[in-house]
Design a protein around this ligand. Sequence first.
Ligand SMILES: *[C@@H]1O[C@H](CO)[C@@H](O)[C@H](O)[C@H]1NC(C)=O
Ligand SMILES: *[C@@H]1O[C@H](CO)[C@@H](O)[C@H](O)[C@H]1NC(C)=O
Ligand SMILES: *[C@@H]1O[C@H](CO)[C@@H](O)[C@H](O)[C@H]1NC(C)=O
Ligand SMILES: *[C@@H]1O[C@H](CO)[C@@H](O)[C@H](O)[C@H]1NC(C)=O
Ligand SMILES: *[C@@H]1O[C@H](CO)[C@@H](O)[C@H](O)[C@H]1NC(C)=O
Ligand SMILES: *[C@@H]1O[C@H](CO)[C@@H](O)[C@H](O)[C@H]1NC(C)=O
Ligand SMILES: *[C@@H]1O[C@H](CO)[C@@H](O)[C@H](O)[C@H]1NC(C)=O
Ligand SMILES: *[C@@H]1O[C@H](CO)[C@@H](O)[C@H](O)[C@H]1NC(C)=O
Ligand SMILES: *[C@@H]1O[C@H](CO)[C@@H](O)[C@H](O)[C@H]1NC(C)=O
Length: 371
Amino acid sequence: MKLFQFVSLVSNLIIWKIVSNGNECRTPQFIEIGSVGIIQCSFRDDISGALWYKPTTFLRGNAFLTLANSVKSGEGFLSGEFDIYPNGSLIIQNVSIKHEGTYQVAILDTAASDPKIYFVNVFLFAPTFSRVPVIDNCENRSEICFQILNSNSKISCTIRDARPAIPLRLMLRTGEGDRNISSRLFIENETYPFFTSRVTTTNAFDNTRVLTLLVCEAYCPLGLLEKNESLVLIQSSDETLPNVLPKVVYAKQDTRVKLNCSGMTISYLVWQVKEPSGVIFKGLLHAIFVGDNLRHRYDEEYELQNTSIVVDNVRVHHEGTYRCISGNGFQGDVIIYELIVFGFILIHHTQSLVDAIINSTVFSRDIRREL
Ligand SMILES: *[C@@H]1O[C@H](CO)[C@@H](O)[C@H](O)[C@H]1NC(C)=O
Ligand SMILES: *[C@@H]1O[C@H](CO)[C@@H](O)[C@H](O)[C@H]1NC(C)=O
Ligand SMILES: *[C@@H]1O[C@H](CO)[C@@H](O)[C@H](O)[C@H]1NC(C)=O
Ligand SMILES: *[C@@H]1O[C@H](CO)[C@@H](O)[C@H](O)[C@H]1NC(C)=O
Ligand SMILES: *[C@@H]1O[C@H](CO)[C@@H](O)[C@H](O)[C@H]1NC(C)=O
Ligand SMILES: *[C@@H]1O[C@H](CO)[C@@H](O)[C@H](O)[C@H]1NC(C)=O
Ligand SMILES: *[C@@H]1O[C@H](CO)[C@@H](O)[C@H](O)[C@H]1NC(C)=O
Ligand SMILES: *[C@@H]1O[C@H](CO)[C@@H](O)[C@H](O)[C@H]1NC(C)=O
Ligand SMILES: *[C@@H]1O[C@H](CO)[C@@H](O)[C@H](O)[C@H]1NC(C)=O
C-alpha cells in the first residue's frame, strides 16, 4: 500500500478494521499532569508511517500528528503540543486534563504492509499521587506498621490525588480471611480533576481487644497502584489490657531460655520486654502469620521460634518482664513472664542457699548487683 493511500485510508475512521492485538502500545498508560508525557509504543525505529488520533478532542477523521517517511506533520505537531519518536511513541509536551482519553494510532511497518491500529487508554495522575493506600502515622514504615491505641481511636487510610477515584475499605485480617468492619469512605474532589479517598473506622478492635491487624484495601482494576493493600498492627493501650499474673521463670546464666506465647491459634503477635527497673514495655519483635507472613525483629538477641521467643545464652541483662500479646481476629491473649537469671556463682553455695536464692527474686537481683 502506498503511503499517501495509507494516510487517506486510515484518515477515515469508519474503515479502520485491522486492529492489532499486539502489545507494541500497551494499554492503559498513566502520565503525570504538568510533565512531558510519553505514550509508549515500541515499534521498530524504521516504521514507514504513523498516525495519531484522539477522536474526542480532534475532528473525527483527522490525525493530529502524522509521521510519513520520517517527516512529521499534523496540527498537533505544528502547534508544538505533540511530537513523536521514531519508534512511534507520542510525546505530549505539557500534559493537561484534556490529554486524558482514548488514543488511536495507525502504524505502517513498511510502505507495502497493511496498517495496524492500536487503541491506548491514557489516564492522568497528579505529581502528589500516592500509589499505595497510606494509613495515618504509617507513612514511613516499610515493614509492619505497629501502633498502640485506645480502643475507640480513629484509624484512617488515604489515597491522595488519584484519577479516577479509588475506593478503599478497611478489613480485619483473621486466620480465616478478611472480615468486614464498619467504616466510612469519603471521596473528596478538592484537587479536581483528582480525587482523594479516605476511609475511617473507630472499630479497630472489633471483638478482639488486645491485638488486631487491619488491612486497608484499595480497589483499582487499572493497575495504577504499586500495592493495593497496607497493614497496621494495633495493640490496645496498657490501661485497657487485661491484668495477668506473671509466671516466674528461673534460668541459669548462659543456658537457653524459651518463653512460650499463648496456647491458642495465633495469627499475629508482639513480644515486648520491660527491664527490672523500667516502666514501659519496649518491642522485641512483631510477627504476622497470615497473608504475607511478616516478621520484624528489634533486637538481634531474641529469636522467634514459631510463636515462642528464644534467647540462646541468657545473661543477667536479659532479666525483666516479658509480655506476649497475640490475636487471631476472633480472640486475643496476653501472657507475662518474669525472667530471673542466676549465675554460676551460686553453684559454689550449698543447695539450700541455691534454693533460697532462686526462690527469691529480690535476692537474685541483689546478687546481680554485686556481680
Ligand atoms: C521509544 O523511543 C524513545 C526515544 O528513543 C525511548 O525513550 C522510549 O523508551 C522508546 N519506547 C519504547 C516503548 O521502546
Ligand atoms: C504547562 O501547562 C500549565 C497549564 O496548563 C502551565 O501553567 C505551565 O506553565 C505549563 N508548563 C510548561 C513547561 O509549559
Ligand atoms: C515521614 O517522613 C517525613 C519526611 O521524612 C516526615 O516529614 C514525616 O513527619 C514522617 N511521618 C511520620 C509519621 O513519621
Ligand atoms: C463486606 O462488605 C462488602 C461491601 O459492603 C460486601 O460486598 C461483602 O460481601 C462483605 N463481605 C463479608 C465477608 O461480609
Ligand atoms: C465536588 O464535590 C461536590 C460535592 O460532592 C460536588 O457538588 C461538585 O460538583 C464536585 N466537583 C467536581 C468538579 O466534580
Ligand atoms: C490486590 O492485588 C492482589 C494481587 O496483586 C489481587 O489478587 C487482589 O485481588 C487485589 N485486590 C483488590 C481489592 O484489587
Ligand atoms: C514452652 O513449651 C515447651 C514445650 O511446649 C516447654 O518444654 C517449656 O517449658 C515451655 N516454656 C515455658 C517458659 O513455659
Ligand atoms: C513449629 O511448630 C511446628 C508444628 O506446630 C513444629 O513441627 C516445629 O517443630 C516447630 N518449630 C520450632 C522451631 O519449634
Ligand atoms: C523453692 O521453694 C520450694 C518450697 O519452699 C522448694 O520446694 C523448692 O525446691 C525451691 N526451689 C525451687 C527451684 O523452686
